[in-house]
Design a protein around this ligand. Sequence first.
Ligand SMILES: *Cc1c(COP(=O)(O)O)cnc(C)c1O
Length: 411
Amino acid sequence: MALINEHFLKLSNQYLFADIAKKVKAYQTSHPQQRVISLGIGDVTQPLCPAVLEALHRTVDEMGEKSTFHGYGPENGYAFLREAILKNDYQPRGIHLDLSEIFISDGAKSDIGNFQELVRWDNSLGLTDPVYPVYVDSNAMIGRAGVCKDGVWSNVKYFPCTAENGFVPQLPGQRVDMIYLCYPNNPTGTVLTKSELRKWVNYALKNDTLILFDAAYEAYIQDAKIPHSIYEIRGAKKCAVEFRSYSKTAGFTGVRCGYTVVPHEVSVVTPDGKSRIPLHQLWTRRQATKFNGASYLSQRAAEAIYTEEGKKQIRSTIRYYMHNAHYLRSSLQALGFEVYGGENAPYLWVKTPKNQPSWKFFEELLYSTGVVCTPGVGFGPSGEGYFRLTAFGTYEDAEEALQRIKAWLQR
Ligand SMILES: *Cc1c(COP(=O)(O)O)cnc(C)c1O
């Protein structure tokens, strides 16, 4: 008889997006004539750029020739891609990392979910609220988050991010062992300035806290003063791990490639408190056992993003999404909505009118306009009274959605 890992039973069965899909389906059944427009999608919609396609075609041909075929690659990724990362993503920002500190992955979600297994289950955990659900659920699965009651986990220290504090989380009053930060933020679309991020790094250095920094949306930053990497802050190499992904940067959600930076200096303490072990050593060991590398094809595809052509092409797609974001932001503001984010991220975080609960507004919007949003409370307790819109759809859909919302409000 195999006994269950009982922590899995503490997870809520209803995944937010499955819940939304069910409600949209019910609406569509009763309103077959109405075309539903989703402003809730968290996936990119624009195709891969020509430079990436060319690299993929070339690589497929290589795989078909005995002399250029590639089997298992290095677990931590090919040097050609890691070199391109250092040269393009870090050196221009004055960040000097070693090639060995870059670990190529099959996307950020798996690394984010897996990394927490390097530290004991009973470390204390801090999260900004609202939050990307992967941070919570992956920690819940090994028992670190405690139990969930009314959407609140008993062993999680929440750092609320709301309009009241300008979406800048307040530093915890006590010590916390590990903290997740995501900037630009999903779901709120807000960013941290360098001085705000510096406070978190200084807190981590002072309290011996591990920061897990998710930079999946760094390519969307428009304001030159906003940091793209946590390593732009002095001392961060001693306390932070950084996760990056080509999913939102270059439309790789279906290709699968990303990377994680684990500096040699970040370390954790042995249970007797007497010595420190580099996380780099543990992650190397963990990956060697449980991961066999991202495919040669996806790594060649990622390399193509760093060519002059590739850079230009992915910038143009990001510009398209950000144009949607600016359009949604200014149009909603003109209609009287309180809108946050959407300036350095493809997400808008909007206050519900008259402070309605998120799900109530979701249903009203759906049944009055056929437009789908994501209820803010689905991302954590501080998301109540907000909804999230994404800029990943088409401009035409954004325009039509806005026209419908305008007509609804004037009714
Ligand atoms: C989309 C996203 C990722 C990236 O996921 P992949 O597995 O690389 O596709 C990571 N973090 C956040 C917050 C995201 O929204």
